[in-house]
Ligand binder design. Structure first.
Ligand code: ADP
Ligand code: ZN
Ligand code: ZN
Length: 761
């Protein structure tokens, strides 16, 4: 019999797959996609995924055998293997890094060779109560009679019989112990008594960690005439196009269009993936989806525990018409789920930069990857946005993508009125109250008087972005990063937003010893404090990274706002996108300038998108909303465009600038990030790498240079940006870059050097 071998992908940053032999007793169950345990090194056991089975003996002396097959059922399917291989090639990382990001860690038990490897997944067991015997109607009546003298026990047994559905003439089913006790007025002693008498019995049953509520469903909303014709156009274009951009202004009903497209796919028995850029957004949309599609709608994001993620994983893999998840709403990592029959991928807010994963590898863009994923399934992709990215819009203009447009708000509600408030002028005339202009305060007063709600946006969390000495100008910096530490008042600490380091608030200057320290700038926490002083009777809440640590904190704050238990909500970009509140009429953007002055080629595009998105939260029903933008530079070109909601205008300017200065989509870009604790060494190696890259024709190499944050966690950082002409082969470029990096890595002294590659940064 000829030997067979398995190429195995381990969830590690090692290059390529490793080959193991398949012992005879495992040959029937070793298949691509199953988890296999193998030994690596002298003592460690890892679980990996079999990528391929073959009979070519590798050119190695001793090939180790697979130790065990964890489960004969594959955890990933053929399409995932293909998709992830593409991802590792395209984003220049190992397949191992992809599967590590993709698969819940629970599927990768590891251990050491001598001890037993522990499985990480344990089913969740819950105590249930059921009847201890097969009682007839008559038997039960006898029991009840006997219990006349024990009213608490009688009560409990009646409650049990009621809950277990005795009256529906079915077998009494087991009831959760906690539920039974709650319904029966909490009497554990009575329960114990009944168990002792042998009437009731405790059993452990395996239950799902996922919500098991049954949702009632309603038919879809009827589309307006305009929405209907857009839906029709999308469907027509999908006959001969795979990707389509839906440009619809805020509150025009993009979500309603998606819902109709989803229904069409589900009816065909297909799966649908609905991507959103932020967890905060999923809470409202999931309600809208479950209202129509009920329990086949699943949700997926990083706040779930590993065990929960494993259960969701299985429910997608099952693809059961009734019990499986056929519609998944999730953030970027949902593209990794084990779909086997996708019909449609929706990328909502497609312009959003949260779709890009920067750290760690794979440094992928979920929008671009989703288009590939859909391609492998021969499915369609719809990209939606009120402010499409320059990349997608230009693909639509050049007819690479289909295109459809919604130009009015649903119900003909007008877009919000934008008011510019000049902070410089207000400071000069001494009209500012804390950080608020008279225009903003005025709009807020009026809204509060009408019992309408307000959102204030500030893209900076914490109390004050830095603490400064009034004598000598000293600023407290992080010990490990080249940034100032942010003062967090409630926590009573200084915090580094880059490495998470915490330090006590300094009592005196670190340079001259003066005690005259002052907080500078303002974050959401400070805004909250000040708003409470200015509007003492308003109910104020804050939504940012600091107030949303718990799994349900997003939905709690959003529900409170929906229920009008909050008048003023202050937040970071978390509140800027996609949320839909009926009674929200005023939006304040507290400091537009800080966004505009960010040094990045996408800064202007992003500020426009952000301002337009936040504005879009205001006045989504009958009343027209108002948006107050506070800025020291009201003449700013980008702000002028926001004033007119002029998307086409910003697109034209951005496309022109990118063409002139040669940025994507007019070229391809790859960024190399180098890190070293020693600055000299970093300069040396990054210089050499850049020199080598400059030798290749057709590439424009910029740098190496220090980025704005030039040091993080004691590592100095330099970046090299490579622009590749469109007509050059991207894969050829990647090969050359990988080769050059390989040579640098082999150089003496490069041990402390970290290099990462970011494709389409
Ligand atoms: P977008 O996704 O473009 O921001 P939405 O789909 O959220 O817009 O629609 C905005 C609001 O108008 C939502 O509250 C939505 O329920 C409502 N709406 C839009 N279209 C319809 C429709 N055809 N029938 C009923 N309500 C609609
Ligand atoms: Zn730091
Ligand atoms: Zn000082």
């Amino acid at each position: 019999m000829c030997h067979s071998y398995a190429d195995i992908i381990l969830p590690l940053a090692i290059k390529g797959r490793l080959t193991y032999s398949i012992p005879v007793n495992l040959q029937d169950i070793a298949k691509p996609g199953v988890q296999a345990m193998v030994q690596l090194g002298s003592s460690k056991i890892y679980t990996g995924i079999i990528g391929k089975i073959h009979h070519e003996k590798p050119d190695l002396d001793n090939i180790r055998p697979i130790v065990r097959i964890v489960d004969p059922l594959p955890v990933i399917n053929e399409k995932q293997l293909i998709f992830w291989k593409w991802m590792s090639d395209y984003y220049m990382c190992s397949e191992g890094e992809v599967i590590k990001a993709a698969i819940p860690g629970i599927f990768f038990p590891e251990g050491d060779i001598s001890m037993h490897v522990s499985e990480k997944y344990t089913p969740r067991l819950v105590t249930f109560i059921r009847l201890a015997g097969d009682y007839s109607e008559k038997g039960l009546n006898e029991i009840r009679d006997k219990l006349r003298k024990a009213p608490k026990q009688l009560d409990l047994i009646n409650t049990y019989l009621h809950l277990s559905g005795l009256n529906t003439k079915t077998e009494p089913r087991p009831i959760k112990k906690t539920l039974l006790l709650r319904k029966a007025g909490y009497s554990p002693a009575a329960l114990q008594g009944l168990v002792k008498k042998g009437i009731l019995q405790c059993i452990s049953l395996e239950v799902s960690r996922l919500e098991d509520k049954v949702y009632e469903t309603e038919p879809l909303n009827r589309l307006s005439i305009t929405q209907h014709s857009v839906l029709k156009s999308v469907q027509d274009q999908f006959l001969h196009r795979d990707v389509l951009l839906l440009h619809g202004i805020t509150s025009s009903g993009k979500t309603e269009i998606y819902i109709h497209l989803i229904e069409e796919q589900l009816k065909k028995g297909k799966q649908v993936l609905y991507l959103l850029p932020e967890i905060a957004l999923t809470t409202q949309i999931i309600k809208r989806l479950r209202k129509h599609f009920g329990n086949i709608t699943g949700i997926y994001h990083s706040r779930f525990s590993d065990s929960e993620r494993a259960e969701i994983w299985k429910k997608v893999a099952e693809n059961d018409i009734e019990k499986g998840y056929r519609l998944i709403l999730g953030v970027r990592s949902s593209i990794f789920l084990p779909f086997n029959n996708l019909g449609l991928v929706i990328v909502d807010e497609e312009h959003d930069t949260s779709y890009k994963q920067n750290e760690p590898a794979p440094r992928y863009h979920a929008r671009d990857s989703a288009i590939m994923l859909a391609g492998f399934h021969e499915a369609k992709t719809i990209l939606g946005s009120a402010t499409p990215s320059v990349e997608s819009y230009s693909n639509a203009i050049s007819r690479k993508y289909g295109f459809a447009e919604l130009t009015e708000r649903y119900g003909k509600v007008r877009l919000p009125e934008i008011i510019l408030a000049d902070t410089r002028e207000a400071y000069r005339k001494k009209l500012m109250v804390s950080h608020f202009t008279p225009e903003l305060l005025n709009a807020m007063d009026q809204a509060l008087a009408r019992q309408e709600q307000i959102i204030l946006f500030r893209n900076r969390r914490g109390f004050a972005p830095w603490v400064e000495c009034s004598e000598c100008g000293w600023i407290q910096l992080c010990r490990q990063c080249a940034v100032s530490m942010t003062y967090h008042k409630a926590e009573g600490n200084m915090l580094c937003h880059y490495c998470g380091d915490r330090r006590p608030v300094p009592s005196k200057c670190g340079n001259c010893g003066s005690t005259g320290l002052a907080t500078r700038g303002f974050g959401t926490e400070k805004i909250e404090d000040e708003i409470k002083i200015v509007f003492p009777s308003a109910r104020v809440a804050r939504m940012d990274q600091d107030t949303t640590r718990g799994k349900n904190s997003f939905s709690r704050i959003i529900r409170e706002f929906e229920d009008r238990r909050i008048d003023i909500l202050i937040g970071t970009q978390m509140i800027s996108k996609g949320l839909d509140f009926e009674n929200l009429t005023v939006v304040g953007i507290l400091n537009a300038d800080s966004m505009l002055n960010f040094p990045d080629f996408r800064a202007h595009e992003r500020s426009f998108q952000l301002m337009e998105q936040v504005s879009g939260r205001a006045g989504r029903r009958e009343k027209q909303g108002r948006v107050v933008i506070q800025t020291a530079d009201p003449a700013n070109r980008i702000i002028r465009l926001v004033l007119r909601h002029d998307y086409e205008g910003i697109y034209r300017i951005q496309a022109e600038e990118r063409r002139t200065f040669n940025y994507p989509p007019f070229c391809r870009m790859i960024r190399i990030v180098l890190k070293h604790r020693d600055k000299m060494q970093l300069n040396n190696f990054s210089g050499r790498l850049a020199d080598e890259l400059r030798n290749y024709p057709g590439y424009h190499v910029l740098g190496p240079e220090f980025p704005v944050i030039s040091q993080i966690q004691l590592y100095h950082i330099k970046t090299i940006l490579i622009k590749i002409e469109k007509q050059r082969s991207l894969s050829g470029a990647k090969e050359k870059i990988a080769g050059s990096i390989g040579r640098i890595r082999k150089m003496k002294g490069s041990g402390g050097l970290k290099i990462s590659v970011d494709v389409d940064p």
